[in-house]
Design a protein around this ligand. Structure first.
Ligand SMILES: [Zn+2]
Length: 98
């Protein structure tokens, strides 16, 4: 029994940054070759692009919840809400909440 995957050739590479092996190219039965980069490198590029699109001023890019100084109740409520959002980001993402 044959399937489409019987006629597919794959080549692998090891990412010099992450040290992980990944499928570099796939050549299908018609001879068309498709190439991929390291999926971890690609994910990092997408993350950096999204971070850039968020238009966060440079002076805030290295800030964390731990460096945020709470000086009043409004700030305390805001940081509590933000921490919860980050903690439950997976749930919010699934439901589309921002
Ligand atoms: Zn990589």
């Amino acid at each position: 029994m044959s399937s489409d995957t019987d006629n597919v050739q794959k080549t692998f590479k090891t990412c010099p940054v992450h040290g992980t092996s990944y499928v570099y190219s796939i050549t299908d039965a018609s001879g068309t070759r498709y190439t991929n980069g390291c999926p971890l490198c690609e994910a990092e590029k997408r993350c950096q692009a999204a971070f850039g699109q968020a238009l966060i001023p440079a002076r805030f890019t290295d800030q964390t919840f731990e460096t945020y100084e709470v000086t009043n109740d409004g700030q305390k409520a805001a940081v509590t809400l933000c921490r919860d959002f980050v903690k439950r980001f997976g749930d919010y993402r699934k439901t589309g909440h921002g």
